[in-house]
Design a protein around this ligand. Structure first.
Ligand SMILES: NC(=O)c1ccc[n+]([C@@H]2O[C@H](COP(=O)([O-])OP(=O)(O)OC[C@H]3O[C@@H](n4cnc5c(N)ncnc54)[C@H](O)[C@@H]3O)[C@@H](O)[C@H]2O)c1
Length: 279
């Protein structure tokens, strides 16, 4: 069936606009994560927190990890099925910290995570020509090295404990990693690298049963987006087909799908969650 634009023009003036509000509030449970353990980095805020909430809603026991322990504890307090979840301090740039949080998760939740979401991230807004080496390395440390350290530790644990066949990893990259972003060149470079890391791990780990995918969010309403100047965000959204920023839950639902058995034939992919357009 072909789409006939004339039909759209003929909609009566009283018809509701085809996009008005976020569909969030009609979203319902749809994944079965009962008996599964999930680890979410950056779980104290934004997209990571929404992922924790959706995984808990759908039955997973969640280890909420963040460099901001207070924020991670607040996430745990917001989750369904209280008592099933734990919060741990984790600095994703520090291998010891990653290993400690993983061991503590295994002990407290009596098992090894088979679901992993790498959402911890930082962004810097700096002109490329003036960016210091320290600034460049800092964003690489958190966004890229952090994804590497956590993925390596958790995937090795899955293999050692013989649960890798159930394994699913989702990395939160960004549309910036595909398209680039002025004033955020270091950030965009890390996200492009996370996309490549995702595809490489997917190929290498396939034989273990672990699937690895990533999502590329556009502008999502979180504390991170609030760091960008409002005029810049408004300007970017002018050409967004859906005409608005996304909500963290709209990314989290896609993450949950990629973690679940519903996406069992997907690995190494990058799924855009952008409203049809990025900056
Ligand atoms: N919000 C957006 O518009 C957007 C768009 C594309 C991609 N992303 C990506 O989504 C992910 C989540 O971003 P968000 O918007 O939810 O941001 P956010 O700032 O709300 O949350 C990021 C979380 O990461 C944690 N974190 C930072 N450094 C850490 C470290 N060293 N170790 C452990 N935790 C650390 C923070 O404490 C925070 O809780 C990031 O990777 C970000 O790059 C966000």
């Amino acid at each position: 069936m072909s789409l006939d634009p004339v039909n759209i023009i003929r909609q009566p003036a009283s018809a509701k606009p085809f996009v008005s509000i976020s569909p969030l509030f009609t979203m319902t449970s749809g994944n079965n994560f009962h008996g599964m353990i999930a680890m979410v980095t950056g779980g104290g805020s934004g997209i990571g927190r929404a992922v924790c909430q959706i995984l808990a809603r759908d039955g997973a026991r969640v280890s909420v990890c963040d460099v901001n322990l207070q924020a991670a504890l607040e996430t745990v307090a917001s989750l369904e099925h209280q008592g099933d979840h734990v919060a741990f301090y984790m600095d994703v740039t520090d291998k010891n910290s990653v290993c400690n949080a993983l061991s503590a998760t295994q002990e407290k939740l009596r098992g090894t995570p088979t679901l992993l979401v790498n959402s911890a991230g930082i962004v810097q807004r700096t002109r490329f020509l003036e960016m210091s080496e320290e600034t460049f390395m800092e964003v690489i440390d958190v966004n890229l090295k952090g994804t590497f350290l956590v993925s390596q530790a958790v995937c090795n644990a899955m293999i050692e404990r013989d649960v890798a066949r159930k394994g699913s990893v989702v990395n939160i990259a960004s549309l910036a990693g595909k398209n680039g972003l002025a004033m955020k060149s270091g950030y965009a470079a890390t996200k492009g690298a996370v996309m490549a890391l995702t595809k490489s791990c997917a190929k290498e780990l396939a034989k273990t049963g672990i699937r690895v995918n990533c999502v590329l969010p556009g502008a999502i309403r979180t504390p991170m987006l609030a760091l960008s100047p409002e005029e810049h965000v408004k300007e970017g959204l002018k050409t967004n087909p859906l005409g608005r920023a996304g909500e963290p839950e709209e990314v989290a639902e896609v993450v949950a799908f990629l973690l679940s058995g519903k996406s069992s034939y997907m690995s190494g992919t990058d799924v855009e969650v952008t409203g049809g357009h990025g900056f």
